[in-house]
Design a protein around this ligand. Structure first.
Ligand SMILES: Nc1ncnc2c1ncn2[C@@H]1O[C@H](COP(=O)(O)OP(=O)(O)O)[C@@H](O)[C@H]1O
Ligand SMILES: [Mg+2]
Length: 251
């Protein structure tokens, strides 16, 4: 148990030393606070992951790491407890009937946020939306299936040269319809939150997704369609947000 913790600390220290940028180093200190190290230690001792391999991305609210388990690669998304850009989380949680009872504390709100992403992934999987399989959520740490090879993560769509835009549109529409049938609005859909893995697009980053009953669901749905249509037009497709929205709703 303690040995695991020390190994984790050594690992984190090694990453931390490698980064030159002071801000990024501060990020590491924030991500790996004591409580979070304890959660990771528990995940290791329960066999959910064996090793934390390398950082994949540093975002506004959290960091994603590649991990290895005896069953294959894992993505570990850690929401930072201390962060100045905590900003917008609350408005996605309030108004979501599933989280009516979440009170004010920031820690609790972040735990609820991680749970929300986990539940959104679970529901999307049930409706066959192509998302990474959710595995475990514990406090501010979410473990899911890893998209990518051992050496590197699957690229975001914005970094991919798309050879067959029509095919991509077709695949995305299948997922958009399933998402709609699941009764969810993603809320941050764009070429940043779509990964291309083995020729197929995967939807990621679903923490902010809300049920259609959310008071702002319609507004966020239209924003998603606008962002996606804009991206699809950069690929040479002739599609606008109205048409995309209509087809995503199954029309
Ligand atoms: N399951 C996964 N497999 C591989 N890479 C992932 C996975 N989930 C996230 N990533 C990578 O980490 C980045 C950040 O994750 P994301 O969930 O989008 O969080 P953020 O809120 O920081 O944008 C993604 O853009 C992607 O490159
Ligand atoms: Mg993202």
């Amino acid at each position: 148990m303690e040995a695991t913790l020390r190994r984790l600390e050594t690992q984190v220290e090694a990453w931390r030393k490698r980064v030159k940028d002071a801000n990024e180093r501060k990020t590491y200190d924030e991500v790996f606070d004591h409580a979070t190290l304890r959660v990771l230690q528990r995940l290791i001792s329960h066999g959910v992951i064996d090793t934390l391999d390398y950082p994949v991305a540093t975002g506004k609210e959290g960091n994603v790491f590649r991990a290895t388990s005896r069953h294959g690669g894992r993505a570990v998304k850690i929401y930072r407890i201390s962060t100045s850009t905590f900003r917008s989380l609350a408005r996605y949680i309030r108004g979501d009937p599933r989280f009516l009872r979440v009170g004010g504390s920031r820690r609790k709100l972040i735990f609820a946020w991680a749970t929300k992403e986990f539940r959104n992934l679970t529901r999307m999987r049930q409706f066959h939306v192509r998302v990474p399989p959710p595995l475990v959520v514990r406090d501010n740490v979410l473990v899911m299936g890893y998209l990518g090879s051992k050496a590197r993560p699957a690229p975001e769509l914005r970094h991919v040269r798309v050879d067959d835009p029509e095919r991509l549109l077709h695949l995305l529409l299948l997922d958009l319809k399933r998402l709609h049938r699941a009764g969810l609005v993603h809320g941050d859909l764009s070429e940043y939150n779509l990964l291309l893995w083995r020729g197929l697009p995967y939807i990621i980053d679903v923490g902010q997704a809300v049920p259609l009953a959310h008071p702002r669901a319609e507004e966020w749905f239209l924003r998603d369609m606008r962002n996606l249509a804009r991206y699809l037009r950069t690929l040479g497709l002739d599609i606008d947000e109205e048409e995309l929205g209509r087809r995503a709703r199954g029309g």
